[in-house]
Design a protein around this ligand. Structure first.
Ligand code: ZN
Length: 302
C-alpha cells in the first residue's frame, strides 16, 4: 500500500476562512499516522497527462493565472496562490504515479494525499476549489498510457463530481459512479444524467440520511453496476465531507461507514484501487475518516 504526498501541496494557500485550507493536510497526516503504509513523494505532473482531459488553452490559462503574491480568484470559491499550480501538478503527478504502481503490480493499492482537490474542475472551468480533474486524469492514464480496456471511478464525496462527469462524459471505457447529497452544490448529478454511453451512474442521497441509507444505495445501485462493468482498475474520489460533523453538507456518515464502503469497493477490480483525496472540512472528522479508509486499503492490499 503506497501513499503519495508532497510538501508542495501545502503551498496552495487559500484566503482566511476558506474551508479548503492548508491545515487539512495535517489532519490527513494525523489519520495516516500509525498505519503500515509506504510513503512516496509525488513526482511533478506531466502536462501530457493533463492534456488528455483539459485543452491546452485551459492549461495555459491556469498556469498564467498564478499570482506573484496574494491570490487570483478563478470563480466564486476557487483561488490560486503563488504555489497553487505546483500543488495541483503534484496531485496530477501523484495520481499518475499511483496508477502506474498499481497497474504494473508494484502495489495493490494507493492513496494520493494531495490538495487542491479535483473532481469539480470541468474541461475549461476551474470551480469548487478544483483546478485539474485529477481522478479523471488518472483514469485516462490507465486507459491511454497503459492500455487498460475498462476502468471505474467511484466518487463518494458529498458533492457531485460534475468535473469528472464532464471530462469523461464521452469515455465509454470508464464507468463513473457518484453518490452525493442532493440538492447541494454544484446542482448537477441527477439520476437522469447517464453519460454518452450510459456509463455514468448518479446516486443522489437526501439531506439528513446516514450510513444505513448509504449502504443500501450502494448495495442496490453501485455494486451491481461495478459487478457488471468488471473494471481492471478502480479509482476513488475520496471526499470525506459526507461525515456528520462536516460543516459544508448535511449527510450523517460516520468514520466506520467509510471503512465499510472502502472494504466493499476493494471487492472489485481484483482489489486494484487508487484513491485520491477530495473534500472533507472538519479536521477531526477528516483525520478519523482518512484513517478508516486507508487502514482498510492497507489491510486488503496485503
Ligand atoms: Zn465535497
Amino acid at each position: 500500500m503506497l501513499v503519495f504526498s508532497h510538501s508542495d501541496c501545502a503551498g496552495h494557500v487559500t484566503p482566511p476562512g476558506h474551508p479548503e485550507r492548508v491545515e487539512r493536510l495535517a489532519a490527513v497526516e494525523a489519520g495516516l499516522s500509525g498505519l503500515a503504509v509506504e510513503r512516496r513523494d509525488c513526482p511533478m505532473g506531466d502536462e501530457a497527462d493533463v492534456l488528455r482531459c483539459h485543452p491546452a488553452r485551459y492549461l495555459a490559462r491556469v498556469k498564467g493565472a498564478v499570482p506573484e503574491a496574494g491570490w487570483t480568484q478563478l470563480d466564486g470559491d476557487t483561488y490560486m496562490s503563488p504555489g497553487s499550480y505546483h500543488a495541483a501538478m503534484r496531485a496530477v503527478g501523484g495520481i499518475c504515479a499511483a496508477v502506474d504502481a498499481v497497474v504494473t503490480g508494484e502495489a495493490r493499492s494507493a492513496f494520493v494525499a494531495c490538495r487542491p482537490p479535483g473532481h469539480h474542475a470541468e474541461r475549461e472551468t476551474a470551480m469548487g476549489f478544483c483546478l485539474f480533474g485529477t481522478v479523471a486524469i488518472g483514469a485516462k492514464r490507465a486507459l491511454d498510457h497503459h492500455g487498460l480496456a475498462r476502468v471505474a471511478i467511484v466518487d463518494f464525496d458529498v458533492h457531485h463530481g460534475n468535473g469528472t462527469q464532464d471530462l469523461l462524459w464521452d469515455e465509454g471505457r470508464c464507468l463513473f459512479a457518484s453518490s452525493h447529497q442532493m440538492p447541494l452544490y454544484p446542482g448537477t448529478g441527477r439520476a437522469e444524467e447517464r453519460g454518452a454511453h450510459g456509463q455514468v451512474l448518479n446516486v443522489p442521497l437526501r439531506a439528513g440520511s446516514g450510513g444505513v441509507e448509504m449502504r443500501a444505495a450502494y448495495e442496490r445501485l453501485v455494486f451491481p453496476a461495478l459487478e457488471a462493468w468488471q473494471p481492471e482498475l478502480l479509482l476513488i474520489s475520496a471526499g470525506f465531507d459526507a461525515h456528520a460533523d462536516d460543516p459544508l453538507a448535511g449527510l450523517e456518515w460516520q468514520a466506520e461507514d467509510y471503512g465499510w464502503l472502502t472494504g466493499r469497493l476493494c471487492d472489485f477490480a481484483g482489489g486494484r484501487v487508487v484513491s485520491t483525496l477530495e473534500g472533507g472540512y472538519d479536521l477531526s472528522a477528516l483525520a478519523a475518516s482518512v484513517a478508516a479508509h486507508v487502514q482498510v486499503l492497507e489491510e486488503r492490499g496485503r
